[in-house]
Write a protein that binds this ligand. Sequence first.
Ligand code: AMP
Length: 217
Amino acid sequence: MRLVLVGPPGAGKGTQAEFIAAHLSVPKISTGDLFRANVGQGTPLGLEAKKYMDSGQLVPDEVTINMVKERLGDPDATDGFLLDGFPRNVPQAKVLDDMLSELSVKIDIVLELIVDNDEVVRRLSGRRTCRGCGKIWHIEFDPTAKPGKCDRCGGELFQRDDDRPDTVQNRLMVYAEQTAPLVDFYAAQGKVVGIDATGPVEDVTERAIDALRPYEG
Ligand code: AMP
């Protein structure tokens, strides 16, 4: 199955993407993760991307599309994939459609995670990531035993630069202006299935898997 996951920042795309990709036995391809890995390694792509990421803006399409093209060419993505964070605007979606039609395949389904703005701000501003193992915690919803220390590996917790309040507001604006129209673009192709992404993580995963069941097989 070829699946796109959309939803505002903080909808839980990264978390749900892991579970859904495992359930479908397809690779999860997250442009945010690919950019962050490049930032971490200090590659030229990472240095370029970081300028945009830190202010909550989208990295230019050309840079993003080339990175995705390369990743989709890897052998594990031949029979299916789950895209998390890409496409992020209508031009990217059009390029993706063209890329896939050259391979005589197409996106099967677009799963939209629906969460309102107030909830998104609460989720993002409390999110903390472990420097050691990368596990994501939340100071309110999923706190560690000792503040600032990871329960799993003892590593130091940090706040992603783009989860700072001013950047969060920017990311929400960018979502409304550039990414929300993407939902209409795919809806016109009859591909969008929306689910309520509030409540416990396991409940959202269950809703996602139920929603995808008719498309499996
Ligand atoms: P995410 O982890 O998906 O929220 O992505 C973090 C940041 O990476 C975004 O705020 C953008 O700056 C950048 N980014 C991720 N995916 C894309 C994309 N498809 N197009 C442009 N920028 C992206």
